[in-house]
Design a protein around this ligand. Structure first.
Ligand code: NFS
Ligand code: SF4
Length: 639
């Protein structure tokens, strides 16, 4: 089989991969190949560079050294490395949350006049959670107080974060008993870094328990703040139609790709792209107009709120440039490949960085300031327009593929869609699970990784789940993968869902796979799970639910943090490739076994997406049996 066919399951991507082969362009897949064999010590998690007595490595075959110079053994080194990954992932998500809170605070103080309050109801609700009295206050005053309270949670030193109180009471009790309710978001990240310093924590269980606490500060802290405050400021999503895949790039338009994570600037870029003055300018250059599209999680943000087209997921960032049709790629933070600028320089594409946290040597940097957001966005779009004339038309090669999808499902929306606007409730969902029309809930999330055929594991797993009547909630690059495969249209229920799930989808008119947003929006899945528990009839804790999570093509540190807070929240979670822990049998057994007795959730590692789906289904069935629920039709047929 030709290489390009082995590398991605997505037709549009295959076309660009083929082009790259023809032009001898090096992409992530080629760099992975050149990197072989990759370091086995690193893969197993048993190398340590924490101090200058090292670097040290443990011999995995038991013949060579079993301890570093300081005496740290495999358990300590593996657990410490894992905690480091969790801390980095939690820091990334939470710093995003901090930036959003900062912007909302500027709205409150009247300094960021390009933004406002788009969801009053959520503002009041959030104020309620924070215990802020609402009476007699304007929205702007309230926004300021909510933002200040959120910002204070990052540096809080004692007590508990507020949002974990939204979890079921039993869950909160589990965390309290273990002493892992996060005290402050930054505090848990900093303490992680302290604990992994040379010669601090060397009890692997103690290290991982803190990892759970740190990750909870992400899922029920920083990420949740990001999601909720974005909703307040930019609007809460509602079901919306759109299109996805590289075919959304337009041959006769100025193409701008917004890539990264934080929607504050991309929202403004979106506004700027429809500015009549700039459109006129584009037309004067011979273009029909300005076409702004998204990449990775920024794509998910503007898709969820505005139905903006998505060009692709993580492994398509280089491929978008390969189309020769991108005038400008505006990036902020996270998941931006350093390879982009090299590739862009062989096309006319201009990369523009916008965050003080991410620069490329020698690349245009236009710093984003909340106070002048629209003006800055306009200047960036203007550059894109100016760049259109440099496009080499003979090199333009845009794949035709696009796919329709419906996105915009949030914890609140699911409630309204199922229960109706006047009596929004999770009752119909709970009843569908209890009666067995829906077997359970799957959360399938995370990245792409060139070690796994692009998109393949996501699509195979999700198809297998819905075939077995498991309704699937998705975020991140995983959502984009399944959207491209057509799994996010209501019609997909007819073709791919099992009989029970199909009936539910048909009645309500929803896809069997629900797009709930970007990676910080995994917090929406936590809230949905908490709401289902609250609705009653399915146990008293998230760990009682017939539900499971997965990240079949994960690669980032953020994915590890997400996995950890799912597990800490009581969810059985399958990762595609193993986390770098296999060098310690104790740590592996702990996170893939023993943790279940402690927090109700655990990990499993399974590369085969069908087998992984069945691990999830088995777990769902185990929970159904514990709840004494009836067997579903698909359950009986696969028994
Ligand atoms: Ni999530 Fe989003 Fe994609 Fe992975 Fe990266 S874009 S925050 S980390 S690669 S899903
Ligand atoms: Fe080696 Fe210990 Fe230093 Fe790590 S902390 S590099 S194991 S001596």
């Amino acid at each position: 089989m030709a290489k390009y066919l082995q590398r991605s399951i997505d037709k549009a991507s295959q076309q660009m991969l083929k082009q790259a082969e023809k032009d001898s362009v090096q992409l992530a897949w080629d760099r992975l190949e050149a990197m072989q064999p990759q370091c086995g010590f690193g893969e197993l998690g048993i190398c340590c560079r924490n101090c200058s007595m090292g670097p040290c490595r443990i011999d995995p075959f038991g013949e060579g050294p079993q301890a570093g110079v300081c005496g740290a053994n495999a358990d300590t080194i593996v657990a410490r490395n894992l905690l480091g990954h969790i801390a980095v992932g939690a820091a990334a998500h939470s710093d995003h949350g901090r930036d959003v809170a900062h912007t909302l605070a500027l709205v409150g103080s009247g300094e960021a006049h390009d933004y406002g309050i788009a969801d009053r109801v959520k503002l009041i609700e959030t104020a309620g959670i924070y215990g802020i009295p609402v009476e007699g206050k304007t929205d702007i005053q309230l926004a300021k107080e909510v933002a200040e309270k959120a910002l204070a949670e990052f540096g809080q030193q004692h007590g508990e974060l507020k949002f974990p109180s939204r979890a079921p009471k039993k869950r909160l009790d589990v965390w309290r008993k273990l002493g892992i309710v996060p005290r402050g978001i930054d505090r848990e990240i900093v303490e992680s870094l302290h604990r992994i310093h040379m010669g601090v924590d060397n009890d692997y269980k103690n290290i991982i328990l803190h990892g759970l606490r740190c990750s909870l500060g992400d899922g029920w802290g920083g990420s949740m703040i990001a999601t909720d405050l974005q909703d307040i400021m930019l609007g809460s999503p509602a079901p919306i139609r759109s299109k996805v895949n590289l075919g959304v790039l337009k041959e006769d338009h100025v193409n701008v790709v917004v890539h990264g994570h934080e929607p504050t600037l991309s929202e403004m870029a979106l506004k700027a792209a429809s500015d009549p003055e700039l459109i006129k300018l584009a037309q004067a250059q011979g273009a029909e107009g300005i076409n702004l599209v998204g990449m990775c999680c920024t794509a998910n943000e503007i898709l969820m709120r505005h139905g903006i087209h998505t060009a692709g997921n993580f492994l398509q960032q280089e491929l978008a440039i390969m189309t020769g049709s991108v005038e400008l790629m505006m990036v902020d933070v996270q998941c931006i490949m350093p390879a982009l600028t090299g590739l862009a320089s062989s096309f006319h594409t201009e990369i523009v960085t916008t965050s003080p946290k991410l620069k490329f040597p020698g690349v245009t940097h236009i710093e984003f300031k909340e106070e002048r957001a629209f003006e800055i966005a306009k200047s960036i779009i203007k550059r894109a327009v100016g760049n259109y004339k440099k496009r080499d038309k003979s090199r333009v090669n845009i794949p035709k593929e696009t796919m329709d999808l419906v996105a915009g499902f949030t914890a609140e929306q699911i409630k309204t869609i199922l229960g109706g606007r006047f009596r929004a409730t999770y009752r119909p969902l709970n009843d569908a699970i209890i009666s067995g029309r829906i077997r359970g809930i799957g959360g399938v999330v995370g990245c792409n990784n060139p070690k796994i055929k692009h998109d393949w594991a996501h699509i195979e797993m999700v198809k297998e789940l819905i075939k077995n009547d498991v309704i699937v909630l998705q975020t991140g690059c995983s959502a984009i993968a399944c959207a491209k495969a057509g799994l996010m249209t209501p019609e997909a229920a007819l073709e791919f869902a099992g009989p029970g799930l199909r009936e539910v989808c048909e009645t309500v008119g929803i896809p069997p796979v629900l797009h709930v947003g970007s990676c910080v929006d995994n917090s929406r899945i936590l809230i949905a799970a908490a709401e289902v528990v609250k609705e009653g009839g399915l146990g008293e804790d998230i760990s009682d639910l017939p539900a499971a999570g997965a990240a079949p093509e994960w690669m980032s540190q953020k994915a590890i943090s997400i996995g950890m807070y799912f597990v800490a929240s009581g969810v059985f979670t399958v990762f595609g490739g193993a986390q770098p822990v296999l060098g310690s049998k104790n740590v592996t057994d702990y996170i893939c076994g023993e943790l279940e007795d402690i927090v109700g959730g655990r990990f499993a590692f399974e590369e085969d997406p069908i087998k992984a789906a069945h691990l999830m289904i088995e777990h769902i069935d185990k929970k159904r049996a514990a709840l004494k629920l009836k067997k579903t039709i698909t359950q009986i047929s696969t028994d």
